[in-house]
Design a protein around this ligand. Structure first.
Ligand SMILES: NC(=O)c1ccc[n+]([C@@H]2O[C@H](COP(=O)([O-])OP(=O)(O)OC[C@H]3O[C@@H](n4cnc5c(N)ncnc54)[C@H](OP(=O)(O)O)[C@@H]3O)[C@@H](O)[C@H]2O)c1
Length: 339
């Protein structure tokens, strides 16, 4: 029998991708689509691209109704909202996969440091399983609360984890570039077409909030290297490209190409190649593409993901697949579409 699944935040960018993926997933039946201010409206009236078999009137959040209808609920909500919704659902025994940031950091002090506020559901931080399958392994079978990583965090961790035990005291500098869909569906100066599509700028320099979960995940594997992360706003809609620069003498032992190739030799969704990689190659797919250039002793690593898929909804479904004991890639687009 199909697993009954709900999506909260179904009209958002990640929620919409979940609707698209899960409505075609062979082991899932979409049982509830929930929104905030848009409750009562037809999903396709807000997101015409989601017209199709899953199209429905969006419901308001009601934990009892969701518990009656769903075994698993995905939360694709703004920071702070997932804690409230997640706590209400866990109290009712519903399994939760959260795509937001409320359950990623284990230490309440880190919530204040990186998000400027106390966690909304501190009692659930111990239960939450941070799941980036290629690094953390699969979640426990039928895990009750999965915290799916952030988009930049996913790309940073897939790049740095295989290198961290060889990096010297200078650490590493990473330049990130992300598309406008990373900012969500609501219009703002950061996503306004006229402003964004005609420019290119850095932001949150050395202070991006994903540094919290990256530091936490790296520290769980060994001494965390010093990381200087400089994000930029790309004039494209979807995708992340990281550029990691490691000067000669800063990486001991095996080369970056050897380390990354060995780390992902058995990974179905991560490819490591020599040379530059284009962002377009991973758009609309859940694949990660890592390109390595080693020249004159220096190393540059390019890491490309689709922020809405490997950096968001696709990875969350990948984790659900593993928690259910299904094939890791079930229902996921493993091949990209460019342009
Ligand atoms: N975009 C990305 O690339 C990306 C990647 C990884 C993780 N994330 C994280 O995932 C989460 C969702 O991101 P997004 O980009 O999809 O955001 P988004 O496009 O802004 O969508 C947010 C959704 O949450 C709904 N919502 C807000 N408050 C609600 C409430 N109290 N009850 C029910 N629904 C409510 C909104 O519905 P209404 O419009 O009806 O209010 C909307 O559907 C965020 O925490 C984000 O940081 C985003």
């Amino acid at each position: 029998m199909a697993l009954r699944v709900g999506i909260v935040g179904a009209n958002g960018f990640l929620g919409g991708e979940l609707v698209r993926l899960l409505s075609a997933h062979p082991e899932v039946r979409l049982a509830a689509l929930v929104a905030g201010r848009s409750a009562g409206q037809q999903l396709s009236s807000l997101r015409p691209g989601l017209r199709g078999p899953a199209d429905a009137v969006l419901e308001a959040f009601d934990a009892d109704a969701l518990a009656a209808a769903c075994e698993v609920v995905f939360l694709a909500l703004p920071h702070g909202e997932s804690g409230v919704a997640g706590a209400a659902l866990r109290q009712r025994g519903v399994r939760v996969v959260d795509l937001g940031s409320d359950f990623r950091l284990r230490d309440p002090a880190d919530h204040v440091r990186f998000y400027g506020r106390e966690p909304t559901a501190p009692e659930l931080l111990d239960e939450a399983v941070y799941c980036l399958p290629e690094l953390t392994g699969p979640p426990p079978p039928l895990a009750g609360l999965i915290a799916s990583p952030g988009c930049f965090a996913t790309a940073l961790l897939l790049t740095l984890a295989p290198l961290q035990d060889g990096l010297g005291p200078e650490g590493v500098t990473v330049f990130g570039a992300t598309g406008s869909s990373g900012s969500g569906v609501a219009p703002s100066a950061g996503v306004h077409h006229s402003l964004r599509m005609t420019s290119f700028t850095g932001y949150k320099t050395l202070a991006h909030q994903h540094l919290g979960e990256v530091g936490q995940a790296l520290a769980a594997r060994g001494p965390a290297p010093r990381l200087r992360f400089v994000p930029h706003s790309l004039p494209v809609a979807r995708g992340i490209l990281l550029t990691t620069v490691i000067p000669e003498g800063q990486l001991g032992g095996a080369s970056a190409l050897e380390r990354l190739t060995a780390a992902y030799a058995d990974a179905a969704l991560v490819d490591v190649v020599q040379g530059e990689v284009p962002l377009g190659a991973v758009q609309h797919s859940v694949r990660t593409l890592i390109g390595v250039v080693e020249r004159g002793g220096d190393t540059v690593i390019y890491t490309a993901i689709d922020n809405l898929l490997k950096g968001g909804s696709g990875q969350a479904v990948q984790s659900l697949n593993l928690a259910q004991g299904w094939s890791e890639t079930l229902g996921l687009p493993v091949v990209g579409s460019w342009p």
